[in-house]
Design a protein around this ligand. Sequence first.
Ligand SMILES: *Cc1c(COP(=O)(O)O)cnc(C)c1O
Length: 385
Amino acid sequence: MSDQHPVDDRLHLSPPHVTALEEEYVLAALRSGWVAPAGPDVTAFEDDVCAATGIAHAAALSSGTAGIHLALLALGVTAGQRVYVPTFTFGATAFAVTYVGAKPVFLDCEETSWNLDPDLLAATLAADAARDDLPAAIVTVDLFGRTCDYDRIMPLADQYGVPVVEDAAEALGAWHGFGENRRAAGSFGAAGIFSFNGNKIMTTSGGGMLVAEDAARVEYVRHLATQARDPFPWYEHTEIGFNYRLSNILAALGRAQLQRLPEMIERRRVIRERYIAALTDLPGIEVLGDPPWGTCNAWLTNARFDPSRYPDAPMMVRKALGNDNIESRLVWKPMDKQPVFAGAESHLTGMADAIFHDALSLPSGSAMTDDDVDRVLAIIHETLR
Ligand SMILES: *Cc1c(COP(=O)(O)O)cnc(C)c1O
């Protein structure tokens, strides 16, 4: 780990992994004079993300949350409208819906990928269509770097004419499908977003990107993110704008990280295989791998414990790891159970709640050594004995 500068000795869940390449890019950007929220690295970073994902257009932004907010605005979602959101996600997905005054409607997840349940989606859309109250949009989330079951979800969205925003904050570098037919996470729906927050698969220390096939939509998002300034010699505004751009320095950092993304994903996949090999011989423990429909980026490795065999295992393992200065984390608490969303319309099967109680995210950073993984494994085995 000589290329790392750890903040402390703690083994973190998913710390940033930077090398001399990142230093070189950031320094070059500083020396170029483009110390601003615009510049050649911003444009190049957008082009690089397009090349890596095969998506036509991209706008670099200050965060993934900003991306969801602007995607909803660009789709014309307005106050009082309903927007479907998976209940099993990070709060930012649902927060962004409230930024435009819309109401999140929470839907449960399926057991294979932990993403939006297509059967429940079909039933909810049918019921809403019957009473003439279809949602203004569906936000899908590619949780922990796994794409949703889009072969089923996209035809439903199309059938009812409801636009999709793909929250791929955790899923840059993941694929849906295989071989020539594979499509990148972020390429489904009318717009997709990525996050480059410090703990994601790659980082700009904080940042995000909106991607879409539609050039005009991305141009409009760029306009909104740049204080909605109209082309006049003076500052002219016909709409409310936002200061949501990514700085040129951070874009340079992103370019270096993106170059190393394939190797960082490969390392995370190897780490996950090591966990799988050592844990799946224990009955009642499942370590999530790739979904049957694609390849995930292995952002976080999650273990799920059979509660009849290991009651309270996530809390016990988390505590035991913590005693050894190792970070682990309970998976996202469902949005319908969050105090801030009390009373929100929800369509539940109980799946997200069950996973929340049974699962734990394990240290998964690409700078982890095999010895680090073995240390985690030894503590898990010891705790469950
Ligand atoms: C991280 C994350 C976001 C927010 O991204 P930021 O860049 O931190 O704003 C949104 N949705 C999901 C699912 C995330 O994990």
